[in-house]
Ligand binder design. Structure first.
Ligand SMILES: *Cc1c(COP(=O)(O)O)cnc(C)c1O
Length: 376
C-alpha cells in the first residue's frame, strides 16, 4: 500500500521537537537523578497549571493513573469494593480495566450516537443504591460533562472521575460547580495518559493524576511509591507506579505547545467537516468544535470494510477506535450477555481519519476529495 497519507507516524510527530527532546534527555543524564527529582516536580507544577487543579502527580501510565485514583478512594474509605461505577460502554478497555482491577463493579452506559460519548440522559436510570461514582471518558478529545452529569453526581453524592487520556487541553461547555471547564479539572480526580500516540505524547509510557483534593493527592502519591508517605513509613500496601524523570523532561519540552497542537487538530477537523460531502459517510458533531481537541476524527459508515479498503488503495491510512467494545472482549465474558446495541453498532461503523502532525491542511483537503469519490 502506498502511504501517501499515513494515519500516524511518531517519528514525524517528534521531529518537530527534536532539539528540545535531545536537550531534555541530556539534562536528565547529566543530573545524576533518575527517579523523582526536579524534572518531575517541575512537570507536575506545569501540568497542574495547564489543567487548573491544585495538584498533579506524575505516574507510570494512564491505566495506572486510573487504578491509583480508585485504589486511593478505597484507601480513604470513600469507595468500597463492590461499589458500582458508571462507565461508558464505548471506550478503550483500559477505562474498564481500572474499575474491575480495583474490585469495583462497572455499569455500562450506552453512548449518544451523535457525540459518541456516554449519553448523560441515561445516567439517572443507571443509578442504583450501590452506585458511588461516574467514570467519564472524554473520548476522541470531546469533553463528556454536562448539567445532567453534574446534577446526578450532586443528587446521589457520586464521585466524578475523569479519564482524560484523550482530551488534554479540551474544555466542556458546561461549567462545573467549582467554576472550571477544562477537562482534568471538572470532576473529583482525573487520569491522563502520555502514551506516545496521545495528543501530548511521551517517548515511552507516562501518565498523571490531577485533583484539587489534598487527601486524594497524598494517597495517590503514596500508593504510587510503595504506599510510603515518608521514608520507611508505609501506610498503604502500595505499588511502584512512578513517572520516569526522563519522560517528565520530554513532556516538559512538549507541554508549552499544547495550544498549538490543539489548534492544528481543530483546523484539520474543520477542513474535513467543510469538505467531506458523501451521503455514505457520517461526520462527527461540530458543536463546540473549538473546545474539542480532536484526538481522533471519527466518521461512520455502514460500508466500513469497503471504505477502509478504498482509502488504503488511495494511500490514506485509517484506524478503528475501537473495533471490539470492552463488554465483548474475551476477558469480560461475564458481560457478554449485556445488550448494548448502540455501542455495538458504532463499533461496526466507526473509522478514524488521519489528524496528527503528519497530516497537512493540503493533505486533509485531498483526503476529503478522495472520500467524496467513494461509491459503495
Ligand atoms: C490510552 C488510554 C488509556 C490508557 O493509557 P495508557 O497510558 O496507555 O495506560 C486509558 N483510557 C483511554 C480512553 C485511553 O485512550
Amino acid at each position: 500500500m502506498n502511504k501517501r497519507y499515513p494515519f500516524l507516524d511518531l517519528g514525524t510527530v517528534n521531529a518537530e521537537y527534536a532539539d528540545a527532546l535531545k536537550a531534555a534527555a541530556c539534562r536528565v543524564i547529566d543530573s545524576g537523578r533518575y527517579v523523582g527529582g526536579h524534572e518531575n516536580e517541575a512537570f507536575e507544577k506545569e501540568l497542574a497549571d495547564v489543567t487548573g487543579t491544585a495538584f498533579a502527580i506524575g505516574v507510570s501510565n494512564g491505566l495506572d493513573a486510573l487504578r491509583l485514583i480508585f485504589k486511593a478512594y478505597i484507601a480513604l474509605g470513600r469507595l468500597n469494593p463492590g461499589d458500582e461505577v458508571l462507565v461508558p460502554a464505548n471506550t478503550y478497555i483500559a477505562s474498564v480495566l481500572a474499575v474491575t482491577d480495583s474490585g469495583l463493579s462497572p455499569v455500562f452506559v450506552e453512548p449518544d450516537p451523535t457525540t459518541l460519548n456516554l449519553d448523560t440522559s441515561l445516567i439517572e436510570q443507571a443509578i442504583t443504591p450501590q452506585t458511588r461514582a461516574i467514570l467519564t471518558v472524554h473520548l476522541y478529545g470531546r469533553a463528556c460533562y454536562d448539567q445532567a452529569m453534574a446534577e446526578a453526581a450532586r443528587r446521589h453524592e457520586l464521585l466524578i472521575v475523569e479519564d482524560n487520556a484523550q482530551a488534554i487541553g479540551a474544555d466542556a461547555e458546561h461549567r462545573s460547580p467549582q467554576g472550571t471547564t477544562r477537562t482534568g479539572a471538572l470532576g473529583d480526580a482525573a487520569a491522563f495518559s502520555f502514551y506516545p500516540t496521545k495528543n501530548i505524547g511521551a517517548l515511552g509510557d507516562a501518565g498523571a493524576v490531577t485533583t484539587s483534593d489534598p487527601d486524594l493527592a497524598s494517597a495517590v502519591r503514596a500508593l504510587a511509591n510503595y504506599g510510603s508517605t515518608s521514608r520507611y513509613h508505609n501506610v498503604y500496601e502500595g505499588y511502584n507506579c512512578r513517572l520516569d524523570p526522563i519522560q517528565a523532561a520530554f513532556l516538559r519540552a512538549k507541554l508549552p505547545y499544547i495550544e498549538k497542537e490543539c489548534s492544528r487538530r481543530r483546523r484539520l477537523a474543520h477542513i474535513y467537516d467543510t469538505k467531506i460531502d458523501n451521503p455514505a459517510v457520517v461526520k462527527p458533531l461540530m458543536t463546540a468544535p473549538d473546545r474539542c481537541v480532536w484526538h481522533q476524527y471519527v466518521v461512520r459508515t455502514a460500508k466500513r470494510g469497503q471504505f477502509m479498503d478504498y482509502l488504503a488503495e488511495n494511500g490514506v491510512g485509517t484506524d478503528i477506535h475501537y473495533a471490539v467494545p470492552p463488554h465483548r472482549q474475551p476477558c469480560y465474558s461475564r458481560y457478554a450477555g449485556l445488550e448494548l446495541p448502540v455501542t455495538e453498532r458504532l463499533a461496526s461503523e466507526i473509522v478514524s481519519l488521519p489528524i496528527s502532525a503528519c497530516t497537512s491542511e493540503t493533505d486533509a483537503a485531498e483526503i476529503a476529495h478522495i472520500i467524496n469519490s467513494f461509491r459503495p
